[in-house]
Structure formats: structure tokens, C-alpha cells
Design a protein around this ligand. Structure first.
Ligand code: SAH
Ligand code: SF4
Ligand code: F3S
Length: 471
């Protein structure tokens, strides 16, 4: 890969933090205690990016709100993966007219994957005058400088540099919870699945150095985090761009060595290069959850090839078998696209058959959405929306039935769970996760949040399990 690794130096980040201090003075003089709202769409990578935005905003002196009418600064962090995600963003950005009218001087920024696409940045420029600032994922590291330009100039600011992406270390971070944390291990994607926009908006694959990741994990454990999810579009490519001979399995083993009681999870794994070494490492590292998200996308070989997934259904099934041979209790989940251009009813049936064979604990199913600039967008697509909906409904029914059956197998068992938050309901007020990541609702004291406890599973449905805390 002719990709040149580009790092944003720590001095550059410090300069951004100095700008934060300047903005803090300006904001305090203007409004007293400033409030910011960060609205996040899309995947965990975007959640992780929003934690960086909040890190900068906190250094600007901002408190946080969910109410757009009280916010002085609104940042909408967008997703481009499907049309539905974009429509939701545009609808909500349009609504911000009202808050801005009610609160003159409110600054509205739209960032993330959606606006990294030229046509979308143009659309915001032309049709959403309420937006003051637009920046893509590659420009996040200098958000303070961009914001300052908005605050001191009279013009709207657009920063969507076309590039392969950077590695940045040392950005301030404000994490959402106290129990679960996201930890990005790599950025970007080189796979160019033919339907997918991610490689175009997130740039080339680039791995953080293992020592930086381990140091961050160590810090998280010291701060009391109990559940660390390593993030990358395809973690199995981790390290390929580094010169230090550490692959993803090695990285898990290194994090596993950190003393303390915590769980290591990760996503996402591309089936084309999940290795036996990875499964073995997952099985032998006692802190690594036996949970694997292994998106299959389709169960038919012609469709898989047209998607440029680079594996066959048979190879995929062999991998599942191999993973389960190391971890009989493995919780396996997947993503599936229904109605890829040219998919026939018969080809779709192969997907259903594969799911019946694998019996996933949970499936995330999507109807194909055409993305501007991707190869699949130019493929003939004869099936109607109605036909695709029929397929989708059938797959969802299969998925829900299997999940419910799998959950029923837990009833009567005692499981170790991590209590991770409140549900807001009185009957089952706590939520928790099994080692494999299944959701268990419980009734108990909120002081249990952040603790590993044993619970007896009493019932379950498609979406969740319910349990009782032992004496
Ligand atoms: N890097 C991850 C996926 C990121 S996108 C991986 O390779 O597994 C999350 C999911 O969105 C994908 O797995 C796919 O199922 C779905 N998806 C991506 N592009 C899509 C599109 N154009 N239409 C419908 N679903 C899509
Ligand atoms: Fe998209 Fe494929 Fe990359 Fe996943 S691996 S982000 S589906 S191109
Ligand atoms: Fe969406 Fe960007 Fe994630 S397109 S799914 S937010 S990488």
C-alpha cells in the first residue's frame, strides 16, 4: 500500500489546546458558563470521535446539555453509511433553525463522515445556512482552530480536506461512561467492499502504536473502567502498516497482561483475515470476552464476490467452526445486507440458510442503500423495494427466532455479568452484560454498577435476558 503514515505532532495538539483556552475566555465573557451539545450518529468510531470533540469542548470551559435550546455550541457528528442515517441528520439539522432563532449567537457545526462527501458538504453549504462550520473526520484534530475562525470571522467555515488520514495522539478526551470505554486501535479501511462508503470518508488503514494503546488501556483500568472495546473497521489488519511486528492477537495478549479485573472486547473483524491465532488468543487470554462480531453480509458466493468480500460462504463457515472449537461458549453476531444489486430470491435464500447453519446470537440486518461514488451504485439493481422488504422481513423473523431460542438456553444458568448502568425502569432497574456481551436486566442496588457479579437467568426474549442476583 503506497500510504505514507502521517502523524499530527503533540505540539500541534498542544497548540489546539491553547486555542481552547482562548475560546474559553471569549465564551465566558460572552455567556458566562457556556453549554455544548454533541449529537452523535453512526458507529462506535463516531462515538469515540465525539469523546474527543467533548474533550476539546470541556477545555473550552463548556458544560454539556442534550437540549438544543440551551446550547451555545452544537456539534452534529454524522454518519454516511446508509441513506437513512443521512436523512435523519439532515432532518435534525434543519430543525436547528428554531434553536438558533431563539438563541442568536448559537454556533452550529456539522462534522463526521457524511460531510466528508463533497456532494453533502455542498448540500449543507447551499441548503442549510443555519450551519456555521463543517469539517470531516480528517479535520477533527484542529476543531478548536476552526471554531475560533467561526467566532472571529464573519464567514462560514468549511474544512473537508481530501486526504488519506492522520494518526493523532494526545488529544483530550471526555468519555461518556465510567464502566465501559471505547479504545480506537486503528483508523480507516482499505477493503473497499463495493457497497461501502467508509473507505472514501475515513481514509486508509492506519494503526496506532501498540505502546500508545497499551498505555491508554492501562490508564482506563487505573480509572476503574471494567469493559474496554478495541475499535477498528477491521481489527484483523491491525499492525500491517507498522514496522514493529505486532498483530491484533499480540495486542490483545499485551492488554491482557495489565493487572486488574476487566474485560477486553473488540470490533469489527473481517472474515477474510480472522486467524486461528486470534481465536487461540481469545481463548487463552482470560480477560478477553468470548464475543465475536463477524459480519458475513451475504451467504451466496456470487453476491459475496460482487461485494468484494474476498471469502466464500464455505470459508466463512469453516472459520465459525474453528472459532467455536476454541471457544464453545462463543457469542457470535453478524451484519447482513439484503437486496444488494442483482441479488435474486434464490441467492437471498442462501443467506437465510447460512444464518440457520450458524445460528447467530444476534444479527444486524440492513436493506442495501446506494452510496454515491461506490462501485455497487453503478450495478444494475432490478429488484423492487417491495421485493427487498419481503426478503428483509423474512430474514429478520429468522434472526429474531434464533436469538430468542439462544436466549432460552440461558434460563436456569448462573452467569457472571458486569453491571453497567440503570435502565430507568422500576421492575428491572439495572442493566448488565454477560462475558459474551448479552444484555441482562436485573433488580438491585445501583451501588453494583461497575461490579462483576453472578446472576441466575430467569427468563429471556429476542432482545434481552432477565436475571436474579444471588444471595
Ligand atoms: N467495518 C465493518 C462495517 C462497518 S459499516 C465491517 O466490515 O464489518 C456497518 C455495517 O453497515 C456493515 O457491516 C454493512 O452490513 C452495513 N452497510 C455498509 N454499507 C451499506 C450500504 N451501502 N447499505 C446497507 N448496509 C450497509
Ligand atoms: Fe466498509 Fe468493508 Fe471496510 Fe467494513 S471492511 S468498513 S464494510 S469497506
Ligand atoms: Fe457511519 Fe462513518 Fe461509522 S459512515 S458507520 S460513522 S465510519
Amino acid at each position: 500500500m503506497a500510504y505514507e503514515r502521517k502523524e499530527i505532532s503533540i505540539e500541534n495538539i498542544r497548540a489546539q489546546e491553547a486555542i481552547c483556552a482562548r475560546i474559553r475566555e471569549m465564551l465566558t465573557a460572552r455567556v458566562g458558563q457556556p453549554l455544548a451539545m454533541v449529537d452523535t450518529y453512526g458507529c462506535q468510531q463516531n462515538e469515540a470521535d465525539s469523546e474527543k470533540l467533548r474533550g476539546y469542548l470541556a477545555e473550552m470551559g463548556c458544560g454539556f446539555t442534550q437540549d438544543e435550546f440551551s446550547a451555545d455550541i452544537i456539534v452534529v457528528n454524522t454518519c454516511a453509511v446508509r441513506e437513512h442515517a443521512e436523512m435523519r441528520v439532515l432532518g435534525n439539522v434543519g430543525q436547528l433553525n428554531h434553536s438558533k432563532k431563539a438563541k442568536p449567537g448559537q454556533i452550529i457545526a456539522v462534522c463526521g463522515c457524511m460531510v466528508q462527501q463533497e456532494h453533502m458538504a455542498e448540500k449543507i453549504k447551499n441548503s442549510y445556512p443555519v450551519v456555521d462550520l463543517v469539517f470531516g473526520p480528517h479535520d477533527l484534530w484542529h476543531f478548536p482552530e476552526l471554531l475560533l475562525r467561526v467566532m472571529t470571522g464573519k464567514k462560514r467555515v468549511f474544512a473537508t480536506e481530501r486526504c488519506d488520514g492522520y494518526i493523532t495522539e494526545g488529544m483530550p478526551l471526555k468519555r461518556d461512561g465510567k464502566v465501559k470505554a471505547w479504545l480506537s486501535v486503528m483508523y480507516g479501511c482499505n477493503n473497499f467492499c463495493t457497497y461501502c462508503i467508509v473507505p472514501y470518508v475515513r481514509g486508509r488503514e492506519r494503526s496506532r502504536r501498540p505502546e500508545d494503546i497499551v498505555a491508554e488501556a492501562r490508564q482506563l483500568v487505573a480509572e476503574g473502567y471494567k469493559d474496554i472495546t478495541l475499535l477498528g473497521q477491521n481489527v484483523n489488519s491491525y499492525g500491517k502498516d507498522l514496522d514493529c511486528n505486532v498483530d491484533f492477537a499480540d495486542l490483545i495478549a499485551m492488554i491482557n497482561e495489565i493487572p486488574g479485573e476487566f474485560l477486553i472486547r473488540f470490533m469489527t473483524s473481517h472474515p477474510k483475515d480472522a486467524t486461528e491465532k486470534l481465536f487461540k488468543t481469545m481463548a487463552t487470554c482470560e480477560k478477553c470476552a468470548h464475543q465475536l462480531h463477524l459480519p458475513v453480509q451475504a451467504g451466496n458466493d456470487r453476491v459475496l464476490e460482487a461485494m468484494n468480500r474476498r471469502y466464500t460462504a464455505e470459508k466463512y463457515l469453516r472459520q465459525v467452526e474453528l472459532a467455536r472449537s476454541y471457544m464453545p461458549d462463543l457469542v457470535l453476531t453478524t451484519d447482513i445486507i439484503v437486496g444488494f444489486p442483482g441479488e435474486t430470491d434464490e441467492e437471498f435464500e442462501d443467506t437465510v440458510k447460512l444464518c440457520e447453519k450458524v445460528r447467530y446470537d444476534a444479527m444486524f440486518t440492513f436493506i442495501y442503500s446506494k452510496r454515491v461514488g461506490t462501485p455497487a451504485a453503478k450495478m444494475p439493481d432490478a429488484a423492487t423495494r417491495e421485493q427487498k422488504q419481503v426478503r428483509f422481513d423474512k430474514l429478520l423473523e429468522t434472526a429474531n427466532r434464533i436469538s430468542a431460542e439462544k436466549h432460552a438456553e440461558y434460563i436456569g444458568k448462573t452467569m457472571r455479568v458486569l453491571v453497567d448502568g440503570v435502565t430507568g425502569k422500576t421492575e428491572y432497574n439495572l442493566s448488565s452484560r454477560t462475558n459474551g456481551g448479552r444484555l441482562v436486566h436485573l433488580k438491585g442496588d445501583e451501588a453494583l454498577i461497575g461490579k462483576f457479579i453472578d446472576v441466575k437467568i430467569t427468563s429471556g426474549n429476542t432482545w434481552a435476558l432477565y436475571g436474579e442476583i444471588g444471595e
